[in-house]
Design a protein around this ligand. Structure first.
Ligand code: SAM
Length: 281
């Protein structure tokens, strides 16, 4: 079989994945979902034609979106994950013994169910007794949450369809209201090279809501341009620093405290685009 998945990133830029197998395809109430087996990156979750996570490089994204916030907070106990239906962020959050409750709010139950069947190493945290899976629109959940949170992680798909408002200041304001007085939130902020407007807007929206707002970068080979950004909003702690006395949890393959600090050192043009936008605001 010589099948390929062609993922159109921009009008002039497409990435093609050679497929070993198309394992499962379905139309859910929210999006087209596929599980494919690729030659280079193992099995992958695809939503509306966009690669969301692959077996080969998922650990980079999941470790960097999770451990920066979890290690900047001195003792995170209650964690909220918005989106993240593949379970990768949940797996990383549950590495912390301090965590007593991890609530995952995913809009599409079929993402959770298919990842449990086809991507068990990523979805392994769903059976943990501390995990609480809530199938609901994250925009609604944060208006009447079950509890307050130390850390909130927004692992959403791209700003299309149900995820558009997850990048907005109104949503960040609602999240801020359900965080503890020393809470930290992190959200995926797209590619600083290919989706610069979204990236800058995430920073400006967080800056509008939180006393401390930052962005940090990592490389996710299977994402647009391989260069990915995260926005952080903090009520008290400096997210670029590892909280005093924190010890790195076991089983990690990418995150280190040095990489944590380095991730906040921004390339000149990226830094300038944020400064220019902030001055213009
Ligand atoms: N890491 C991936 C990325 O950066 O593109 C995202 C992975 S995760 C699978 C994204 C999840 O967000 C999807 O399962 C999608 O259904 C979910 N999602 C999108 N909009 C949502 C909303 N409003 N509330 C809750 N979950 C949402």
């Amino acid at each position: 079989m010589d099948a390929w998945l062609h993922e159109g990133h921009t009008k002039g830029y497409t990435v093609s994945w050679r497929l070993r197998d198309v394992i499962h395809v379905e139309k859910t109430p929210y999006q087209e979902l596929a599980i494919v087996d690729t030659y280079e990156w193992g099995k992958a979750l695809v939503l509306d034609g966009c690669i969301q996570t692959t077996e080969v490089d998922e650990f980079i994204y999941h470790e960097m979106i999770t451990h920066v916030a979890m290690m900047a907070h001195p003792e995170p106990k209650r964690v909220l994950i918005i989106g993240g239906g593949d379970g990768g962020v949940l797996r990383e959050v549950l590495r912390y013994d301090s965590v007593v409750a991890a609530d995952l709010v995913e809009i599409d139950a079929r993402v959770v169910e298919n990842c449990q069947i086809y991507l068990p190493e990523i979805a392994c945290g769903f059976s943990d007794s501390r995990a609480n899976i809530i199938i609901e629109d994250g925009l609604q959940y944060v208006k009447k949450p079950e509890r307050k949170y130390d850390v909130v992680i927004v692992d959403s798909s791209d700003p299309v369809g149900p995820a558009v408002e997850l990048f907005g200041a109104a949503f960040y304001q609602d999240v801020c209201a359900i965080m503890e007085e020393d809470g930290i939130m992190v959200a995926q902020a797209e590619s600083p090279l290919f989706f610069r407007d979204t990236f800058v807007q995430v920073f400006l929206n967080m800056r509008q809501v939180f006393p401390i707002a930052r962005v940090y970068l990592t490389s996710v080979p299977t994402y647009v341009s391989g260069y990915w950004a995260f926005g952080v909003g903090s009520k008290k702690y400096r997210p670029e620093e590892v909280a005093e006395g924190r010890r790195t949890v076991g089983g990690l393959k990418w995150y280190t405290p040095d990489l944590h600090r380095a991730a906040f050192v921004l390339p000149r043009s990226v830094k300038e685009s944020l400064e220019t936008a902030a001055e213009a605001r």
